[in-house]
Design a protein around this ligand. Structure first.
Ligand code: ADP
Ligand code: MG
Length: 253
């Protein structure tokens, strides 16, 4: 199982949209995929339609109760080969409960190791923060994918994320952790700034930037509002094509 954290401490850059639709695209390509919702906002749990009143166990239970294993939390989705480990708002409490846990940075890593034989990919949708939860996600991951939203502030804060990655490598000993790719999101072909920013991001991250860029398109937003992947909501849309192309690149890398 290859584990990939979709991380950027900025909110609204397309982490969740990418986590859901990249996971779905990999599943459509025949890979077995586990999508871990690691954001208390729980937006990527929508693919399993888990309502706030559900009594099902979530990632909160996995992170806070050693008796709960991740297999007890994993649920099938409407997409064949795509499975979800959902979250809810309770996950936010882990920031406090984890502090006194032995090996607090590696709780997720240890729980995922139990299912590593069952999946080809594990995609972790991270919270928009550089918290203990995000550190757990990085410790559990082989690679980080960083979505970058086209706009004037595109690279703002990226240095901070790089510092955290370096700390996880040097201080926590996860020396193999690497940036696996940078994903351009909200790209607008006809907007000059989009092209300028794309050039800037390419000159900063070089070949790490995926060739497939994700366009700004209302269809991706609508799909989420209908609790669907883009492939169920609008399989022929430019958004669907972009995420399929991205999945193909991910498989090749
Ligand atoms: P994050 O997880 O980084 O906070 P989201 O994936 O939740 O970001 O995206 C923020 C908002 O923008 C959501 O309402 C989402 O539906 C919308 N969105 C994400 N990607 C796109 C896109 N490429 N085009 C248009 N809207 C998008
Ligand atoms: Mg999100």
């Amino acid at each position: 199982m290859k584990t990939i954290a979709i991380a950027n401490q900025k909110g609204g850059v397309g982490k969740t949209t990418t986590a859901i639709n990249l996971s779905a695209a990999l599943a459509i390509e025949g890979r077995k995929v586990l999508l871990v919702d690691f954001d208390p906002q729980a937006n990527s749990s929508i693919v399993v339609g888990l309502g706030p009143n559900s009594h099902a166990k979530t990632m909160y239970d996995v992170m806070s109760d050693p008796r709960v294993t991740i297999s007890q939390v994993i649920q099938p989705t409407n997409t064949t080969d795509l499975f979800s480990a959902p979250a809810n708002l309770n996950l936010a409490a882990c920031e406090i409960t984890l502090v006194n846990t032995a090996g607090r940075e590696t709780v997720l890593k240890r729980s995922l190791s139990e299912v590593s034989e069952h999946f080809d990919y594990c995609i972790i949708d991270c919270a928009p923060s550089l918290s203990l939860l995000t550190v757990n996600a990085l410790m559990a991951s082989d690679e980080i994918f960083i979505p970058i939203q086209m706009g004037y502030f595109a690279l703002e804060g990226v240095q901070h994320l790089m510092t955290i990655i370096d700390l996880v490598k040097s201080d926590l000993g996860h020396t193999d952790l690497r940036i696996g790719g940078v994903i351009i999101t909200f790209y607008e072909k006809r907007v000059k700034m989009s092209q300028e920013v794309l050039e800037r991001v390419r000159s900063f991250f070089k070949t790490l930037v995926f060739q497939s860029v994700i366009p700004r398109t209302i269809k991706l937003d609508e799909a989420a509002s209908y609790h669907q992947t883009i492939f169920d909501y609008s399989p022929r849309s430019t958004g669907a094509r972009a995420y399929r192309n991205l999945a193909a690149e991910v498989i090749k890398r």
